[in-house]
Design a protein around this ligand. Structure first.
Ligand code: URA
Length: 219
């Protein structure tokens, strides 16, 4: 795959260890979710590296300390793509308690592989749009169709492309290419870049259907 400027793949032994638990088809739902939660902390830390901060002085029990805090003039939106994206949400809210959660409901038409929208939490963004930052959450960046649509949705509401980060657990080369060629300023944070998609748009080797494994709905 050609080099992609705004792509960051987490390369860490703990991430690799937990990914091997997640990929294993014999891992049950509870262990799957626990391993995914552990990786989510690293993904969200990486995804928020460029959030704006301001200086603040704090009194320790000893003396003054020069600190840095999130700039509260900025507005942070956590946007999980339902249903699998919800798995990232609890950790994201834990790390970013000041953020708004903006759910996006989309499912994939199994024939066309195109996203079908059924829910969009906020029709418009009223805040100072230059200061809005969006974390789009979806564990599988597969065809890239829903990722591209979700980015497009925020840009159409006035969010700056460079203020959008797409967070995924596993990505395909096809998905990264689709998203980054349409929106080169969007940052993509992922913990694995897999080999390819199969004819049904599933990632290989991947982990199967993320929603089914998270919500224990495998028939
Ligand atoms: N969605 C999934 O849950 N898994 C894939 O491999 C691709 C899309």
């Amino acid at each position: 795959m050609e080099a992609v400027k705004n792509l960051k793949i987490l390369n860490h032994p703990l991430v690799a260890h937990n990914l091997s638990i997640i990929r294993d088809k014999n891992t049950d739902c509870e262990r799957f979710k626990n391993a995914l939660r552990r990786i989510t902390y690293s993904l969200i830390y990486e995804a928020t590296l460029d959030l704006p901060t301001i200086k603040k002085t704090v009194e320790t029990p000893m003396c003054e300390a020069n600190c840095e805090v999130f700039d509260s003039r900025a507005q942070l939106i956590i946007a999980p793509i339902l249903r699998a994206g919800m798995i990232f949400c609890e950790v994201a809210q834990d790390l970013l308690p000041f953020a708004n959660v903006h759910h996006i409901g989309m499912y994939r038409d199994e024939e066309t592989l195109e996203p079908v929208w059924y829910y969009d939490k906020r029709k418009e963004i009223k805040e100072d749009k230059d200061k809005v930052f969006v974390l789009l959450l979806d564990p599988m960046l597969a065809t890239g169709n829903s990722a591209k649509d979700a980015v497009e949705n925020f840009i159409s509401k006035g969010v700056k492309e460079e203020n959008i980060v797409f967070v995924s657990l596993i990505s395909s080369p096809e998905g990264i290419k689709k998203l980054s060629s349409a929106y080169p300023k969007v940052k993509i944070i992922t913990s694995a870049l897999d080999e390819k998609l199969n004819s049904k748009g599933y990632i290989l080797p991947g982990l199967g259907d993320a929603g089914d494994r998270i919500y224990n709905t495998i028939d």
